[in-house]
Design a protein around this ligand. Structure first.
Ligand SMILES: NC(=O)c1ccc[n+]([C@@H]2O[C@H](COP(=O)([O-])OP(=O)(O)OC[C@H]3O[C@@H](n4cnc5c(N)ncnc54)[C@H](O)[C@@H]3O)[C@@H](O)[C@H]2O)c1
Length: 356
């Protein structure tokens, strides 16, 4: 027997893969698993961006399902695979039906499927509107922190669009240590602005809250501007509104005219993802014919490859990566598994012998 043959023969056999059990994790459990853990989740999101930046992930383009008879609605599929110490594959399937809001229910609803990387079998289905809002807000809080280093820390925050995502971003900013002298709110719908104000007041803030009736006033009065509208095309066109060089979290992606991006520092989460689907960065690429206006990714900043200039506005446009949903979903699953609270569905997979 050669040395190689004997090494192969004596290698410890890895256990044969087994079919995992299948669990359903409802929103109430997801909420409990994530509540009060803002700092931990921001660290998880940072680690996930770093893995993605290092190439230890697969994150193909999102697939948009649209309906000719319901043009304002859509359902998006975000498949992804995450490496590192918490390897997991999966898919987020998230609907956006803006008409829901008039009926008093949230616009977005979602599930996340987690797949076992050894067998491919799905092993969990999680309510995922909370996971999606959480990873979006954690990414925004991370960006607010890292992109404001080197400039004076924003003391006045302005929410442009005051729905569920704005609420989550506010909680994550506060939960990761931000405090503000003033909170500004602007929303086309007076009841959304009033509802958001009510939430801020109930959360016990003693900070001055101003509901603006002018978009220009909100932007000019804020050092940190959070866009969380549902605008489908740019509605803010005047670069002079940003002459005080604010930090802008452009979470809703389509609010700003491309010219504003061209006169700012533009940071994205992933260039290929973000320059698609008529986002403002995509429009800027169409306008200029190149991608030179993109200064880099958040991972470039996290890794110290990029220093953010302080003498112009900084605009972070995150497309939203499926790997972030996987990371937060796996975090929730692991907690439920550890605490013995998983709702396992007995006999979910019932055809387990190939030849019967
Ligand atoms: N980039 C990401 O990773 C990511 C992730 C999740 C959600 N989002 C985006 O965040 C946005 C907000 O989501 P949500 O769940 O909070 O929605 P929502 O419907 O709860 O709230 C949106 C608010 O924006 C207001 N609005 C719409 N157009 C406006 C305009 N032109 N000016 C001012 N206000 C306006 C609406 O009145 C509403 O109150 C959506 O566009 C969603 O796609 C982005």
């Amino acid at each position: 027997m050669t040395a190689v043959e004997s090494a192969v023969k004596n290698q410890p056999l890895s256990p044969p893969p087994i079919v995992p059990s299948f669990a359903v994790i409802p929103g109430a459990q997801v909420q409990r698993a994530l509540q009060g853990r803002e700092k931990e989740i921001v660290e998880l999101i940072e680690a996930t961006y770093r893995l993605h930046g290092a190439g230890d992930s697969v994150n193909p383009p999102s697939y948009f399902l649209r309906f000719p008879d319901r043009p304002s609605s859509r359902i998006i599929a975000l498949p992804a695979s995450l490496g590192g110490s918490h390897r997991v594959d999966g898919l987020k399937w998230i609907s956006s039906f803006p008409g829901n809001v008039a009926a008093g229910i949230p616009r977005a609803s979602a599930v996340l499927i987690l797949n076992d990387p050894d067998t491919g079998y799905p092993f969990a289905c999680l309510e995922s509107s909370i996971i999606s809002a959480t990873r979006t807000a954690a990414s925004a809080a991370l960006a607010a922190d890292r992109l404001s280093r080197g400039r004076s820390r924003p003391a006045r925050v302005g929410f442009f669009g005051a729905g569920l995502i704005a609420r989550y971003i506010n909680s994550f900013l506060i939960g990761t240590g931000w405090s503000f002298d003033e909170i500004g709110v602007y929303d086309l719908a007076a009841d959304s602005a009033a509802g958001f104000r009510g939430y801020l007041e109930q959360s016990g803030t003693a900070i001055r809250i101003t509901v603006h009736d002018s978009a220009e006033r909100l932007i000019r009065d804020s050092d940190l501007v959070v866009f969380a509208t549902i605008a489908g095309e740019p509605h803010v066109h005047d670069s002079s509104w940003f002459s005080h060089d604010p930090l802008v979290l452009h979470v809703s992606l389509r609010d700003l005219a491309p010219e504003i991006l061209l006169s700012s520092t533009t940071i994205v989460d992933d260039v290929e993802h973000c320059l698609k689907a008529n986002t403002s960065p995509h429009l800027a690429e169409q306008l200029t014919g190149n991608r030179d206006f993109v200064h880099g990714t958040l991972d470039d900043v996290l890794a110290g490859r990029l220093t953010v200039p302080t003498d112009r506005p900084v605009i972070f446009s995150p497309f939203g990566l499926g790997v972030l949903d996987l990371a937060v979903g796996k975090f929730v699953y692991d907690q439920m598994a550890r605490s013995g609270e998983l709702h396992v569905i007995d006999d979910f997979f019932a055809e387990l012998r190939r030849h019967g």
